[in-house]
Design a protein around this ligand. Structure first.
Ligand SMILES: NC(=O)c1ccc[n+]([C@@H]2O[C@H](COP(=O)([O-])OP(=O)(O)OC[C@H]3O[C@@H](n4cnc5c(N)ncnc54)[C@H](OP(=O)(O)O)[C@@H]3O)[C@@H](O)[C@H]2O)c1
Length: 213
């Protein structure tokens, strides 16, 4: 049986990914905020309030090792956004975006490495940051550009493993409640993105993967 670790399993995209993996017969460790929905459904559900908290991430991974012995698919679906021009963005808001999108990606990756199968596939959710270099979105575009750079270097370090950054267009999730923008009418469903995650695993598709539908 294949095994996955999903960070952000309580979020819109993370929920869809967790659900599809379980439906496809995977063993899944669901980690992140609001993961109680997975208790008794996933292999384990471990609450992690902040993936940028080194001790909390270590603790969660230690707990996961009681249930899983190696991970084939590793997915980071944690993320946050604050829309504000540089003139008014607070350092707390900047750090909040850095924590969820970048520091959390680093720490969860680093501490998960010993658990990963030799040919494990690591997956992150980025954004087409070149299109996001817009007023009020500078910090979000910057952290997503950073995430992509981090993933590219990781791919070169962890030979044998696969590393993918998905860059979807708009996805209909509660993420959009965090910005003063209307969800585009053509937004894709989180389920569609989840099906691309499974397809990327099956097709060993790595690198940067862009799609809007
Ligand atoms: N939705 C889109 O249109 C879209 C498009 C392109 C890329 N993405 C990316 O996709 C990823 C997932 O987004 P989504 O649409 O599923 O958003 P979502 O529904 O808001 O899910 C994100 C999850 O991350 C959690 N989170 C935020 N900061 C955290 C932290 N420091 N530690 C632990 N958990 C934290 C959120 O908890 P709270 O709800 O409590 O904050 C939520 O459970 C994000 O990286 C986002 O940038 C989304």
């Amino acid at each position: 049986m294949k095994t996955a670790m999903v960070w952000g399993a309580g979020g819109g995209i993370g929920t869809a990914v967790t659900q599809q993996l379980i439906s496809a017969g995977w063993q899944v460790a669901a980690l992140g905020r609001g993961v109680e929905q997975w208790e008794g459904v996933a292999t384990c559900a471990i609450e992690v309030q902040d993936t940028a908290d080194d001790a909390a991430v270590r603790r969660a991974i230690r707990e996961a090792t009681y249930e899983l012995d190696r991970v084939d698919l590793w997915f980071y679906g944690v993320g946050d956004i604050v829309a504000s021009p540089t003139a008014t963005l607070t350092v707390a808001q900047w750090n909040q975006m850095l924590a969820a999108n970048l520091t959390g990606a680093f720490l969860t990756t680093q501490h998960s490495l010993p658990l990963l199968a030799d040919k494990a596939h690591l997956m992150y959710v980025g954004a087409i940051h070149e299109r996001l270099r817009l007023p009020g979105l500078g910090a979000y575009a910057a952290v997503k550009a950073g995430l992509e750079a981090f993933a590219e270097a990781l791919r070169k370090e962890e030979r044998g493993k696969k590393v993918t950054v998905f860059r979807p267009g708009a996805v209909a999730t509660p993420f959009w409640d965090k910005v003063p923008l209307r969800l585009p009418k053509d937004a894709m469903s989180a389920e569609l993105l989840a099906s691309k995650v499974l397809a990327a695993y099956e097709g060993e598709q790595q690198g940067v993967v862009d799609f809007t539908h």
